[in-house]
Design a protein. Structure first.
Length: 242
């Protein structure tokens, strides 16, 4: 579903990604972890073309992200992305938030888009709040709206960039629960997160990044099962968060 092939990226002289290669199969859940500044956000943003890269290519469902002829807005609309800071539209209700891109990008009627928005709010447990605005909700609720909004586009894969790191601790699980459900329903997911409980529970693979490189890319059981076999950097990192 997502094939990242020898991707390198520079910001001016600074190389932020170095020869990154990995594949995410349909239905697979991959957790990306690593120290701050290691390039995790940059890597997943390259997948839906929010960040350009200078070398290598990424193939998403058969479409080359690096090919200048590729229709990037169309590609972006098929790959859902959820950020640390929810980035909801503050002036739209939480039913309109998941509806707007369906109308503007997919050409759905307002009725159809609102009905789908409402259905997705129900799925993330927020139907009772359907008429509220983002500012009237807690952080955990807002993040669940952001997930509903991404799902409204019928994405072929979902990218998460530290979706729970800006939340108060008591709200982390309500967001992780929605992500676990999605994973169990077979959604293809790439999740930057340091929630290792989530990783153990649903991830098929764990990628560890350091200084722009993918240093570890292995099955979840292998990653956690034999920490001593991991690289020095990964062990140091894990010793701090486990
Ligand atoms: P992570 O998500 O792992 O914390 P990022 O992908 O956000 O890491 O950033 C990787 C590196 O790239 C960091 O050193 C960061 O300072 C740098 N960086 C990120 N965005 C930019 C930018 N727009 N211009 C220059 N450097 C950037
Ligand atoms: Mg980041």
């Amino acid at each position: 579903m997502i094939s990242i092939q020898h991707v390198s990226k520079w910001y001016g002289d600074f190389q932020v990604l170095t020869d990154c290669t990995t594949d995410v199969k349909k239905g697979e859940v991959v957790v990306v972890c690593g120290p701050s500044g290691s390039g995790k956000s940059t890597l997943i943003k390259t997948v839906n073309a929010l960040e350009p890269f200078q070398k290598g290519d990424i193939i998403v469902d058969g479409i080359s992200v690096g090919d200048p002829k590729t229709n990037l807005p169309k590609l972006r609309s098929r790959v859902g992305m959820v950020f640390q800071h929810f980035e909801l539209f503050p002036h739209l209700s939480i039913t309109e938030n998941p509806a707007i891109a369906q109308i503007k990008v997919l050409g759905r009627s307002r009725d159809e888009a609102m009905a789908k928005g409402l259905k997705l709010l129900e799925r993330v447990g927020l139907k009772a709040h359907a008429d509220k605005f983002p500012g009237q909700l807690s952080g955990g609720q807002q993040q669940r709206v952001a997930i509903a909004r991404a799902l409204a586009m019928d994405p072929i894969a979902m990218l998460f960039d530290e979706p729970t790191s800006a939340l108060d601790p008591e709200m982390v699980n309500e967001v992780l629960d929605v992500m676990v459900e999605l994973a169990q329903e077979g959604m293809t997911m790439m999740c930057v997160t340091h929630e290792m409980g989530f990783a153990r529970r649903v991830a098929n693979r764990v990628i560890f990044m350091d200084r722009g490189c993918i240093v570890e890319d292995c099955a979840t059981e292998e990653f956690f099962g034999n920490i001593n076999a991991r690289s020095e950097r990964a062990r140091q990192f894990l010793s701090k968060i486990l």
